[in-house]
Design a protein around this ligand. Sequence first.
Ligand code: SAM
Length: 177
Amino acid sequence: MQDTPEVCVLRFGHRPGRDDRMTTHVGLTARALGADRVVFPDNATQSRDTVEGVTGRFGGPFAVELSGSQKAFVRDWEGSVVHLTMYGERIQDVEDEIRERHCETPLLVIVGGEKVPFELYEHADWNVGVTNQPHSEVAGLAVFLDRLFEGRELDLEWAGAERRVIPQATGKRVEER
Ligand code: SAM
């Protein structure tokens, strides 16, 4: 988000077919809720195309990338690392610390799909639980970003959009440019 170091979301693991919708939604949620970039595994080309299409129509800036080696991406990341997992520390206990660190350094937020390797838990600066109940990577990411940005992401302005939704109490109004 503008005026803060980068927030990059890494979707760890992707099973083509089965995970297409979930991986796409990780990207759309990252974009809508203030992250600057999402990185998908290199077999998630369909999700990349969908998120790029939405960014073209509804605006940016937001980057979508594929990575051939997610482990290397995490290893080479220059900044702090949060891994969202139901086994982690309670978000309400660590959010202040994470937010303070993010004032100074870029932040990588990792969400899993299938099983996440244990080395990722060890590499993360924080393993963070959005509750310690099982749910979804999309829900976890949404709550995490909202806590990180303290709601400021809800007022984001989008540049270069082909269309803009005008909020309505009832019905749909879209402005085409
Ligand atoms: N069984 C898998 C494992 O043990 O790694 C997790 C599968 S879960 C459907 C997919 C992803 O959702 C997880 O990797 C995690 O990123 C996210 N997730 C699920 N529940 C969560 C929670 N309570 N807090 C934070 N993230 C969560």
